[in-house]
Design a protein around this ligand. Structure first.
Ligand code: ADP
Ligand code: ASP
Ligand code: MG
Length: 814
């Protein structure tokens, strides 16, 4: 005989019940026991309705009406007209009793656990009756059996304890005698010796099915639900979760104990002794293989089999000097909790014996605090033990696997993954079975923690980066386009999944938790909310995604000011904005330290030489023990463009204008022409080589006349260029006379930096620099005479975007 259990969603409506019928009729025709839950959501409605009634709130009638309608509609849709009236009259009479019970609660303004069980049992009683009648009407050889006549429990209402001796013998005799092929039974409900209705705990229909399967030595227990098996993590929270095809009873028990709701924890116990396999299947995708739960998986597959979590947890701590070396404190503590029927989900005790800390359900906290405070009143009054400490709104996450005990380093990996993602761990425990490692964390971090751990333990190196991009102008839009083009390649070749979750320009900002569609991000952004930097930050932190990266493509100092906030939340920062690294040394230093402390990369390769790997190379030199003696560089793509094209046939004004129009200068061209931009770059290189330097210490002899530097609009600036054409021509003439070219050079040596226009003679490394190219010469201890040279395109939106992209990839490999 087979036992099949169908959960709430599987029987939520007539359409689904038809699917259930096909599955039950199935391929094989042996006898079948079919255990069903209440129609999806009905148990919650019943409990809510009862609560309202007991609070003397007449709104309880609404719930009653809803229940009436759902059940009557189901009958009307499932049964042919001629068969409806008998079923309707039975169901209506049940609903009348239900109404009377609720009215009773309303009148006395009270509810007892006994009444609650009686009322809530109607969910399963009605669903199973209607489904059995439907099966019969469809010509199946089916019958209804009331589980309350088979399963006997004590009167611990809400979660009664089963009397297995009586239950087993009831089941055996019942199914032996019966002639039918299919028995439809309500899950969840049972009855006490005195014939009072009891229930087996929320989610208890799984347990009903397991009790019956064990009692009648079923060949298999099939749990039909709304997911295709037991997953590596709750698929509703972790998109990448995968179905585990085979798992041991113990692993399944551990996962369900720590919150994998797909199986009610007590379910495994009855079938385990008899080694009846459990198979979890999807009613809505019956051909999926599902998960098979058996005695032993012989170490197949991974060490960590699943990650689960239990919410609504509080931590209760008892501590104080009076606990050290005094025997029996823990015993009294746990006895106190046990007397209150409070179950302890997790225990940690500091090795100093100074404190005991337990995790319990939020709903038990008040009772626990009262009871423990009373039990230790004497010690607390004498300050030997401190008042009970409570922390609420927590969650336990657990890694589970049979073979975890034989593997070292799993907990290290678990905690460093959480740490890297700024998930604060409140307590840690390792189960005595060594089959789980669990950690208590804040409720608000659950999704991030589950996803980071899942990525670490299950996703075979596929890493997801969640990008928040501020600034989608020239560089930003090219960057988004490059991501769009490269996404698939990165996924396939680098196992890197890039998603742009948020974008903003100065007017609007838009977010999509699933990733913004990069084919029409412009439209998405246009429809977005008003841009606001601090709100942008609030949304990024509230989303709390793992591997988040803030990308700054602006030139704004206000945006740069926000980097510390991102880094402190372990959010990486990638920027082409030079302001942060070239402003006050203290700020640069702070950003570097925050990056280290919070394990959040802070990358700014594009600050010098756009896409050229200049900073990265410098970093590698320093990290491998080299020392920089001197840096010589041409670092301004804009100035290079200008001086490469300037001669005695054109005017300086026209060339600068052309550079601006082609996007080679900053929007304000004086930033380039005054040399300030080059100063910032050499400053960054000097700092990255390990020197403490500020912009004021850099020598800059400007080739521009004073009046050009003092203008306050682009138009006025260009006017001064026209006016001083003769001066520029004379610079050109002097250089050509000595067979040299004009180059704007930055230099750092002996702790000093300077920038300025120089005549570069033929044969010099800088002489043949073309277009907007950049060049850097690093003279180091390893490269004392022949410098390490990096040369190439050093300006332009496209190469800058690709430099930002390269930083993102570096984070991916981090
Ligand atoms: P039913 O009503 O069929 O008993 P439940 O809602 O009780 O269904 O259990 C199925 C749900 O369990 C899934 O929809 C899923 O959200 C949740 N769940 C939690 N953890 C897991 C997991 N590790 N694997 C599969 N499902 C899980
Ligand atoms: N209907 C009950 C509940 O919602 C039992 C079950 O579905 O397993 O908890
Ligand atoms: Mg369930």
């Amino acid at each position: 005989m087979k036992v099949l259990k169908f959960g709430g969603t599987s029987v939520a409506n007539p359409e689904n019940i038809n699917k259930v019928k096909s599955i039950v009729q199935g391929k094989d025709d042996g006898k079948k026991v079919v255990v069903v839950s209440a129609f999806g959501g009905v148990t919650d409605v019943l409990l809510d309705t009862l609560r309202l009634a007991s609070e003397q709130n007449l709104d309880y009638h609404k719930g009653l009406k809803e229940l009436e309608q759902r059940h009557i509609n189901a009958i009307k849709e499932l049964l042919p007209v001629q068969k409806q009236s008998a079923v309707l009259s039975k169901v209506k009479s049940d609903l009348n009793v239900l109404e009377t019970l609720l009215e009773g609660s309303y009148l006395i303004g009270e509810v007892t656990p006994k009444l609650s069980d009686k009322i809530v049992s109607y969910g399963e009683l009605l669903s199973s009756f209607i489904i059995s009648e439907f099966f019969i009407a469809e010509g199946m050889n089916a019958t209804f059996t009331d589980s309350r006549q088979l399963i006997v429990t004590n009167e611990n209402y809400g979660k009664a304890t089963v009397d297995f001796d009586k239950t087993n013998s009831n089941c055996q005799s019942h199914f032996k005698m019966a002639q039918e092929q299919v028995f439809v039974l309500p899950g969840f409900v049972a009855s006490s010796n005195s014939s009072n209705s009891t229930t087996l705990g929320r989610g208890g229909s799984d347990f009903t099915a397991a009790i019956i399967a064990a009692a009648i030595d079923a060949t298999i227990l099939e749990i039909w639900t709304d997911v295709s098996g037991m997953y590596t993590a709750n698929p509703k929270l972790v998109k990448q979760a995968k179905c585990v095809s085979h798992i041991s009873y113990e692993e399944a028990m551990e996962l369900s104990h720590f919150g994998a709701k797909v199986l009610y924890p007590p379910t495994i116990q009855p079938v385990l002794g008899k080694e009846i396999p459990i198979v979890i299947k999807n009613t809505f995708s019956p051909n999926d293989e599902g998960t098979r739960i058996t005695k032993n998986t012989n170490g197949e597959g991974k060490t960590v089999r699943g990650i689960s979590h239990v919410g609504n947890i509080s931590l209760l701590s008892l501590e104080g000097p009076g606990m050290i070396g005094i025997p029996g404190i823990s015993k009294r503590f746990f006895e106190t909790l046990s007397m209150e029927s409070i179950s302890v989900v997790l225990i940690t005790q500091a090795s100093s014996e100074h404190s005991i800390c337990v995790a319990i359900a939020d709903e038990d906290v008040d009772r626990a605090v009262d009871a423990v405070s009373q039990a230790f009143e004497f010690e607390m009054a004498r300050k030997k033990i401190k008042p009970v400490l409570v922390e609420k709104e927590l969650t336990i996450i657990a890694l589970v696997g049979d073979n975890m005990k034989s593997h070292q380093g799993l907990s290290g990996k678990m905690f460093s993954t959480l740490g890297r993602n700024n998930v604060n761990i409140r307590a840690i425990a390792q189960g005595a079975s060594e089959r789980n490692i669990s950690a208590v964390i804040k409720k608000s971090d659950v999704k991030k923690a589950l996803n980071s751990l899942h990525e670490e333990f299950f996703e075979e190196n596929i890493k997801q980066l969640n990008l928040f991009v501020m600034g989608v102008g020239n560089v930003g839009s090219k960057f988004l386009e490059q991501i769009r083009q490269q996404r698939e390649y990165l996924k396939d070749e680098l196992q890197l999944n890039l998603r742009v979750i948020g974008i903003s320009n100065s007017r609007t900002m838009a977010f999509d938790e699933e990733g913004i569609n990069l084919n029409d991000w412009e439209a998405t952004l246009a429809k977005g909310q008003n841009a606001d930097k601090s709100k942008f930050f609030d949304i990024v932190t509230a989303l709390n995604f793992r591997n988040s990266v803030f990308v700054d493509n602006t030139a704004s100092n206000l945006v740069a000011d926000s980097y510390p906030d991102y880094l402190k939340n372990s959010i990486a920062v990638v920027t082409c904005n030079k302001i942060a690294c070239s402003s006050d040394y203290g700020f640069y230093q702070e950003l570097k330290q925050l990056s280290k402390k919070y394990n959040a990369p802070f990358l700014f390769e594009t600050n010098v030489g756009a896409g050229l790997p200049i900073i990265d190379t410098l970093k590698n030199l320093i990290a491998s023990g080299d020392k920089v003696n001197k840096i010589q560089a041409v670092l301004s793509g804009s100035l290079n463009f200008v001086f490469n094209n300037f001669n005695d046939h054109v005017t300086f004004h026209d060339i600068v204008k052309q550079a601006q129009e082609q996007g080679y200068t900053e929007p304000d061209p004086t930033i380039d022409l005054s040399g300030i931009d080059v100063m910032r770059k050499i400053l960054i290189l000097a700092r990255e080589s390990g020197n403490q330097l500020d912009i004021g210490q850099i020598e800059n002899e400007s080739f521009l006349p004073k009046e050009s530097l003092e203008t306050n609009s682009n138009a006025a600036f260009f006017e001064t260029l026209k006016k001083n054409e003769a001066g520029f021509q004379s610079l050109y003439k002097k250089a050509s006379e000595v067979d040299s070219k004009l180059k704007y050079v930055a230099q750092f040596e002996d702790g000093k930096a300077k920038v300025g226009l120089q005549n570069i003679p033929k044969g010099h490394d800088f002489y043949n620099l073309e277009g907007s190219d950049n060049i850097v010469l690093f003279f180091t201890e390893r490269y004392p005479n022949q410098p390490l040279i990096i040369k190439g395109a050093g300006a332009g939106a496209e190469v800058t975007a690709s430099g930002i992209f390269a930083d993102i990839i570096r984070i991916g490999n981090f």
